[in-house]
Write a protein that binds this ligand. Structure first.
Ligand SMILES: C[S@@+](CC[C@H](N)C(=O)[O-])C[C@H]1O[C@@H](n2cnc3c(N)ncnc32)[C@H](O)[C@@H]1O
Length: 262
């Protein structure tokens, strides 16, 4: 997918999201700081990748750093008592929305590899008084979660950031119980990202360079063993405007993909 070493990409991603966690500002949602963004730092960054305007008021507004590219909790039809896992949980917005849906009998786990993001999410949970959530520091390629322990896996604009996506889907399969389901919002492309852009670390951390071709992404999920895999929602973007690169001539979309473990 790229000749950049995976650890170099992950270090860049950790630094970018650590800085966002410390300053408390993303760019694609409630705040307007275009220098840190789920997009290129110099991008035309006033697009709204995911509209949490109403949702965040239901939980804790500062848990939404404007970093999502979908609203997976809206699609997931979460039920009271379910155990939910959010991959790359950031400041906790989807964890808190899930916690309200599953209620006191349910449980929600957020996993993130960036220590400052975990600290911020834990502070948010304490501030709002959630008792049915926890945040674990870890990588979603090696989840700190037991086998078959989860009813629903959520993720919002994270898997594009991971160099080894097959490993992530294998981990989702491992932690879901049989019959469990996933709802993943992510960035995908129509056609390949040019090699020069694939090597751009800012575009990796900005959720663009690591995005996979839409059909290849769905094939990878099916190859991990999931059934009923399909796109539930999709928004297509003007790639040059989002990336700030006129040479970005591929199609770009955010999709919400759902499926289940047989
Ligand atoms: C674009 S932000 C999305 C945050 C959150 N899902 C939201 O919608 O606000 C990506 C998050 O994924 C985390 N992340 C990226 N790669 C990861 C990995 N391999 N393992 C765990 N967390 C990761 C980052 O630290 C960051 O908090």
């Amino acid at each position: 997918m790229t000749d950049l070493p995976p650890e170099t990409i992950k270090q860049q991603v950790r630094e970018r999201y650590g800085a966002i966690a410390r300053t408390g500002s993303g760019c694609c949602g409630p705040t307007d700081t275009a220098d840190v963004c789920c997009g290129a730092p110099d991008a035309v960054a006033d697009i709204v990748l995911a509209d949490y305007t109403d949702l965040r008021e239901q939980v804790l507004p500062e848990a939404d750093l404007g970093l999502g590219c979908g609203t997976p909790t809206v699609v997931a039809a979460l039920q009271p008592g379910e155990t939910v896992l959010d991959l790359g949980s950031g400041a906790g917005i989807d964890v808190f929305l899930a916690a309200q849906a599953v209620g006191p009998e349910g449980h929600v786990i957020g996993v993130d590899m960036t220590p400052d993001m975990i600290a911020r999410a834990r502070a948010n949970a304490a501030k709002a008084g959630y008792t049915n959530v926890e945040f674990r520091l870890g990588e979603i390629e090696a989840l700190p979660v037991a086998d078959a322990a989860v009813d629903v896996v959520l993720s919002n604009c994270v898997i594009n950031l991971v160099p080894d996506k097959a490993r992530v889907f294998a981990e989702i399969y491992r932690v879901l119980r049989p019959g469990g389901r996933f709802v993943i919002a992510d960035m995908v492309t129509y056609g390949p990202v040019p090699a020069a852009l694939r090597r751009d670390l800012d575009l990796w951390a900005g959720c663009i360079a690591g995005a996979m071709d839409r059909e290849a992404y769905l094939d990878l999920i099916r190859a991990a063993g999931f059934a009923d895999v399909h796109v539930a929602t999709e928004t297509v973007y003007d790639t040059s405007a989002v990336t700030g690169r006129p040479e970005a001539d591929f199609g770009l979309a955010s999709v919400t993909v759902v499926g289940r473990k047989p």
